[in-house]
Design a protein around this ligand. Sequence first.
Ligand code: PBG
Length: 336
Amino acid sequence: MTTSAVPPLDLKHRPRRNRKTDWARRLVSETRLDVSDLIWPIFIIEGQNRREEISSMPGVYRYSIDLACEAVCEAASLDIPAVALFPNIDSQLRDLTASNATHPDNLVCRATRVIKSVAPNIGVITDVALDPYTSHGHDGLLVGEEIINDATVALLARQAINQAQAGCDIIAPSDMMDGRIGIIRSALDAEGFQNVQIMSYAAKYASAFYGPFREAIGTSRTLQGDKRTYQMDPANVKEALREVALDLEQGADMVMVKPGMPYLDVLQRIAETFQAPTFVYQVSGEYAMITAAARNGWLEGERAMMESLLSFKRAGATGIFSYFSVQAARLMRNQS
Ligand code: PBG
């Protein structure tokens, strides 16, 4: 009997009917990625007309402020709603007390002022954490062997005010100290920054996937030990729910899960439980994996990129930090 001679099965349900053509697939599609979902993280360095590729993140650069402005203008013209700035501070300026973090003319404050003046309609998110500024690369103050919480929080509040004074729109604490959201909220309000939003890195895991980022901001060589006394254990999800509850109670406007792909379950639980704006960070190591495989011809890069971004939306993300943001936005624009 030839295959075509096989009599049809008496099937009531044939889920393949809804997949038979492109139009039918589009009609039943449950999730859509939109350019409004994307946030683009960029790395900033001192100097003029400088652009350095990060070797573990091919296609991602550190920009001097002038070139960062051009890059941000392109992001704005693609309708990307916001960028997140990460400075690579000169090593002579890093010290034990992270003193440059509260300097009004530090790299991130200068970048914020210039970017807001050339691209006023794109949101600027600044990172609150001490790691770019400490000589040991930790997000908090190190006393002996311990990252001390309460003195770090006091300093983070001053860092947040410094960034708000420079004109940032969203303060994003990525440090994972206890109680920082409430203290930062009161400090901002006391200085008249009631309208500056707080996006908390609420469930941030102690992850191996941050490796290339540490190269990008220059902490991979200096970091002493690891961050497991403040970032979360990858084994835990109930704890992530408690962290998010605390941050929302203390006044976070938005929360985040980080990394992304290995933590889709965490993202889904948080999005469903709290119904608050829930962001996800597709981190440097995720970008590096996809890009490296694509450059080797082992994956179709664009498809893998779009599939990974879509998976965050399916899991419930409100928005996505991704180093692919500009690439994905260009692709979506060309396809529409
Ligand atoms: C540190 C910070 C990290 C990232 C964002 N902010 C790294 C770390 O915790 O060591 C990681 C981002 C990425 O890997 O893309 N405050």
